[in-house]
Design a protein around this ligand. Structure first.
Ligand code: CO
Length: 462
């Protein structure tokens, strides 16, 4: 039996609108589409990417209709795709050891990679593939082909951008932040009003040594940046032989991890709080209660969550996946000290119902990173101190990010389905599983091939 290294094998096959066989019953109310993004090809001839995050962008669509599901997958023909396939170059990526000139140029001129392989969103009426450079891709929602990079209706200069936008429930605006390197480095909080591609600058925080940050959190009144001490100085990007983008960052745990809380209406930085160092990729939900801001996130002891994911180690099946802990941080807005509670061990890719975004909530859904011939999906009942409210697993199956889709007329937070693209290592193919809100399986639909482990996705109603 193959292990999880099967999830790092190159995929080359593309299919369009393939009806998938369905075992079980997909709820008839599910009539939109799940779009997912992730790297799926790391080698072309003799050329290879070094880091998992540097594989070529691969998009999938699962279109639901009347209990059936149609599957499409595509490598958008980006500049990065052409460079890899036609020139055998994976330069200029997250962590590649060649491409130094390309990288310097990309960081300082904004002509950075268009290998947008992290996430998806609907912005200004378009499906958009997101990455951590400003080069986001407009994507044809049917063919999944690229329609070129997104044109922003603004004049902002961004260098490193979050691919985890947060859509505000009240206005529909997408919120995010970017880092701008310069004489003064700054984190810039921005919003993109619904129906536009205009990034409006809301506020900023000047910083001497910018950190690598991957996601942030939103509450009704505030935005929260979580700044781990994985920091750089822009001059480091200019040093020859310093490796790829992430290799320019150093772990400086004495700095601690800093929460930066900005008001959404004025952009004012209203609170900073520093706690003992941890690293994080992903926040879960956040909300405000009794004068405190509460933010749930997956914390790691150090930066090995970034540095351990070389492709060689993953393909060899002996990467030490670091263990993430779901924590709840409580940050008093009046200046009292921060504190945190433990919610769950060994989880990643936390998601929750979009119906409860920015509100006090009960359930977080996550992958278990406990890997033993497969890994589970778990429901963590965060309002119950982290009790396990549901669990799905199957021998030989590795789960993907659990995307929660609320029932359109549901009252209860758990009323809905969880969609997860999993890898069946025995059958050597992927399978889309449809679970209910307590992770009981409702249906599954096997794919014609194995899709390598991806990152993030979203479900959009028609
Ligand atoms: Co992410």
């Amino acid at each position: 039996m193959a292990g999880y290294e099967a999830g790092f094998r190159d995929l080359t096959e593309e299919v369009r609108d393939r009806d998938l066989p369905v075992e079980g019953t997909i709820p008839a109310w599910l009539d939109g589409a799940l779009y997912r993004n992730g790297p799926a090809r790391w080698t072309v001839g003799d050329a290879a990417a070094d880091h998992w995050f540097d594989g070529l962008t691969h998009l999938t669509r699962f279109a639901f209709d009347d209990g059936g599901v149609r599957y499409t997958n595509r490598f958008p023909r980006t500049e990065a795709y052409r460079a890899a396939v036609e020139e055998g170059s994976f330069a200029g990526q997250f962590s590649s050891t060649d491409g130094y000139l390309a990288r310097v140029k990309s960081m300082l001129t904004g002509e950075s990679t268009d290998n947008a392989n992290v996430h998806v969103a609907r912005i200004g009426g378009d499906l958009v593939a997101l990455t951590e450079t400003p080069n986001w891709l407009r994507i044809d929602p049917e063919s999944l082909e690229s329609a070129g990079t997104l044109d922003y209706a603004d004049n902002l200069t961004a260098h490193h951008v979050t691919a985890h936008l947060r859509q505000a429930p009240d206005s529909g605006a997408h919120w995010g932040y970017f880092t701008r390197f310069g004489r003064t480095n700054e984190y810039v909080l921005f919003r993109i009003p619904e129906g536009t591609t205009r990034r409006e600058r809301v506020g900023s925080v000047a910083v001497e040594k910018p950190a690598y940050m991957h996601s942030f959190a939103l509450t009704p009144a505030h935005a929260v940046l979580v700044e781990p001490p994985l920091v750089t100085h822009p001059a480091k990007f200019l040093l020859p032989g310093s490796g790829g983008f992430i290799d320019s960052y150093d772990w400086e745990p004495d700095r601690g991890t800093r929460f930066l809380i900005l008001r959404r209406d004025t952009g004012e930085l209203v609170r900073e709080a520093t706690v003992p160092a941890f690293f994080t990729f992903h926040t879960a939900n956040a909300f405000e209660r009794d004068g405190s801001l509460v933010v749930d996130l997956v914390a790691y002891d150090d930066d090995s969550a970034v540095t351990d994911l070389s492709l060689g180690a993953l393909r060899g099946g002996d990467a030490g996946f670091p263990s993430g802990e779901l924590r709840r941080y409580r940050l008093p807005l009046d200046g009292g000290g921060p504190s945190h509670d433990h919610l769950a061990d060994e989880v990643e890719m936390p998601r929750f119902s979009p119906a409860v975004h920015t509100r006090e909530y009960e359930h977080a859904y996550a992958q278990s990173t406990e890997m033993d011939g497969g890994n589970a999906l778990v429901r963590v009942d965060v309002a119950e101190g982290g009790a396990v409210g549901g669990r799905w697993e199957e021998a030989g199956v590795y789960s993907g990010e659990p995307v929660f889709v609320p029932h359109p007329e549901g009252d209860d937070e758990a009323e809905g389905v969880v969609l997860s693209l999993c890898l069946d290592t025995d059958a050597e193919r992927s399978v889309l599983v449809v679970l209910d809100g307590d992770l009981t399986e409702l249906a599954r639909a096997p794919l014609p091939h194995a899709v390598p482990f991806g990152f993030h996705g979203e479900y959009f109603r028609d």
